[in-house]
Design a binder for this molecule. Structure first.
Ligand code: NAD
Length: 526
């Protein structure tokens, strides 16, 4: 067998290079330009980069035998993942390499705030000796509120326990089992904001988390509270933070990340009760060493015929399977989007049943992976895809059950998905031919296109409720395009699915929920 060839195009830790030398001929060329890369890449089976080298479509198209693009770190912004996927080239990274490092930085910032270390340091160096000015706060016995308990949040839990802190966590997507393993109390967001002495954020930046800490949240916090963000800029509204800090509504803040980096001209930087670092949460030699070792081991696994765990894209399906699966890809995507928007609390179990002719198809697990990808992607930092979806669900303690059933009335094939979360259970059924449609919601027959915005309400089947919901939407200028109602028995619970022409703001959903005899309402955007 020919010896495999690996190109190291950016500086990585020697330990990773040594690891690779055991299985491949390694070329280290860390000053290579993109033009040179295009001319030499054809000789290599794998390339390892950090953030300097841009692995563009042009590079990938010139790479005849390339199987792996490895990013010794987390973000893959410098790799054209779509082009790699189209060519069947795996893109791997090392998402776990920085967790401990970022958690330690978080603890450093918390300590700096509690003991005023950075301003005391500045004062001593400026020739002052202001002992009484820097009265601190012990962490022992204080409540730490962690928002987002993924890889980094979990490491913060372990470290803050050693400081004798009482830990509360808000993460709507972790299971009770994961929480109890770490010995933390899971609470709702407002309880955390009201009770924590120190709040630390470890969530991805998503439409849901963007500016999720703003004036209303600062208003709930204790006057002595500190808040720390070592996650992503933009999660905290910086204008509102400035106001809260300068008016003394909270005691202090620590930021490693800013909405605009560097934060030129930000008033925050003038405040003594702000500790700031220049996005160095992940910058340690150990994290870089671990990233190099992790990707080297992954490349070795692939060369030895095994299956790597951090693949962030999907190798192309063979054309025959792809054609068979194609009509169902869109349906699974839409069902997944529907389910994640209707879930309440931590997801515990997802059951997918393939019914009718579809039950005989090969590789149904690809469809299951596709729905998991849609459910998990909006809530996680790491990209979830067809390759890693099942592993990510398992790591998060979500039970995934795949089943087949042959009996199905009225359709050739359909997919049924039941999702159990801590606070609700949803089941939906969908068909893909002639176009994706949802035909059953929670056991009620409906027939809805999987496009645009819809409002789903459950209510008591008595006169006047449908009208009241319609009137409420009308008051807010929201036009109803289509309406579907379903019920199991007269006078019992009924479901109404409204297709609407405008987005339905959360405040309007809340108003509808408060209407008499309306049990629940949710807006879903497909
Ligand atoms: P992760 O995906 O392992 O964990 C994120 C957690 O947030 C998950 O448990 C998820 O369930 C939870 N979550 C998602 N939406 C939520 C919401 N609305 N409310 C509460 N919880 C929610 O990610 P991670 O590796 O722990 O990274 C956490 C953050 O740290 C990310 O923003 C990442 O980009 C950032 N990060 C920063 C640095 C740095 O240099 N400062 C380095 C690495 C990572």
């Amino acid at each position: 067998m020919d010896e495999k060839k690996v190109l190291i195009a950016d500086q990585i830790n020697e330990k990773g290079i040594d690891e690779l030398r055991e299985v491949a001929e390694v070329t280290v060329q860390t000053d290579i330009t993109n033009e040179e890369l295009i001319t030499v890449i054809g000789d290599f089976d794998a390339i390892v980069v950090r953030s300097r080298t841009k692995v563009t479509r042009e590079v990938i198209e010139a790479a005849g035998q390339l199987k792996i693009i490895a990013r010794a770190g987390v973000g893959v912004d410098n790799v054209d993942v779509v082009a790699a996927t189209e060519r069947g080239v795996m893109v791997i990274n090392a998402p776990e390499s920085t967790s401990v490092t970022v958690a330690e930085h978080t603890m450093g910032i918390i300590l700096s705030l509690a003991r005023k270390i950075s301003i005391a340091d500045k004062s001593v160096k400026e020739g002052r000796w202001e002992k009484s000015k820097f009265m601190g706060m012990e962490l022992n016995g204080k409540t730490l509120g962690i928002i987002g308990m993924g890889r980094i949040g979990s490491q913060v839990v372990i470290r803050s326990k050693a400081f004798g802190m009482d830990i509360i966590v808000h993460d709507p997507y972790i299971t009770a089992e994961v929480a109890s393993k770490l010995g933390v109390r899971v609470v709702d967001r407002n309880t955390l904001l009201k009770n924590a002495d120190v709040i630390t954020i470890h969530v991805p930046l998503t439409p849901e988390t963007k500016h999720s800490i703003a004036k209303p949240e600062f208003d709930l916090m204790k006057e002595n509270a500190f808040i720390v963000n070592c996650a992503r800029g933009g999660i905290i509204n910086e204008d509102d933070l400035y106001q809260a800090l300068s008016e003394g509504n909270i005691s202090g803040a620590g930021l490693d990340v800013f909405e605009e980096e560097p934060p030129k001209g930000s008033l925050l930087l003038e405040l003594d009760n702000l500790v700031a670092t220049p996005h160095i949460g992940a910058s340690t030699k150990e994290a870089q060493r671990d990233a190099a070792i992790i990707v080297a081991k992954e490349i070795k696994t692939v060369f030895e015929g095994g299956s790597p765990k951090n693949v962030i894209n999907m190798p192309v399906l063979d054309p025959e399977t792809f054609q068979i699966m194609k009509p169902y890809f869109q349906l699974m995507e839409k069902l997944g989007k529907f389910l994640i928007q209707t879930a309440k609390g931590n997801i515990n179990e997802i059951d997918v049943t393939y019914c009718g002719e579809l039950a005989e198809f090969p590789k149904l697990d690809i469809l299951t992976r596709m729905i998991l990808q849609e459910i998990l992607n909006p809530i996680l930092t790491e990209p979830v895809n067809l390759v890693n979806a099942l592993a990510v669900a398992e790591n998060r303690g979500i039970v995934v059950v795949e089943g087949k059933r042959c009996d199905v009335k009225g359709y050739d094939s359909l997919v049924r998905v039941e999702m159990r979360s801590e606070d609700n259970e949803i089941s939906i059924e969908g068909i893909s031919v002639p176009e994706p449609r949802i035909i059953v919601v929670n056991g009620y027959k409906v027939d809805v296109e999987t496009e645009g915005t819809m409002l789903i309400s459950t209510y008591k089947d008595i006169p006047g409720i449908i009208g009241a919901i319609g009137t409420k939407l009308g008051e807010h200028g929201i036009n109803i395009a289509k309406m579907q109602v379903g019920r199991k028995e007269m006078g019992g619970e009924a479901v109404m699915v409204l297709k609407v022409d405008q987005d339905v703001p959360e405040s309007v959903v809340e108003e509808i929920k408060k209407l008499e005899d309306v049990n629940d309402t949710v807006a879903v955007n497909l």
